[in-house]
Design a protein around this ligand. Structure first.
Ligand SMILES: [Mg+2]
Length: 126
């Protein structure tokens, strides 16, 4: 199983991939929400967790979140929003749209790995 990381920042994708590696997961990458949806349709049986950056060109993380949650075949894949929008209303909006958890930037790599592990066990428990 792999983690799908959607972020327009190469540096962020590298950080996510590094953190994923520490908990034993490979990472698939997408530069925007549209690429994330394409990766998802190609690798859906292989994706254990999706990380979505909020601010991305072409299709942002919130729109990707809504599209993923509108598709029943992806309902069991947990979604972790990664955002600089730490305002409460953005977080509430994401949770209401079906995000399982969120992490506000900036964060420590250990916090990211911990949050990803939490999301993965949440999926295993359902
Ligand atoms: Mg971004």
């Amino acid at each position: 199983m792999k983690i799908l990381s959607a972020d327009d920042s190469l540096i962020m994708r590298r950080i996510v991939a590094g953190a994923a590696e520490t908990i034993g997961f490979e990472t698939l990458e997408a530069k925007n929400g549209a690429e994330a949806l394409a990766q998802l349709s190609t690798h859906k049986d292989d994706i254990a967790l999706i990380l979505l950056d909020w601010n991305m060109p072409v299709m942002d993380g919130y729109e990707a979140l809504c599209k993923i949650r509108a598709d029943a075949q992806y309902k069991d894949i947990p979604i972790l929003m990664v955002t600089t929008e730490s305002e409460k209303k953005s977080i509430v909006k994401a949770i209401q749209a079906g995000a399982n958890n969120y992490l506000a930037k900036p964060f420590e790599k250990e916090d990211l790995a911990k949050k990803m592990a939490e999301c993965l066990s949440l999926e295993a428990g359902t």
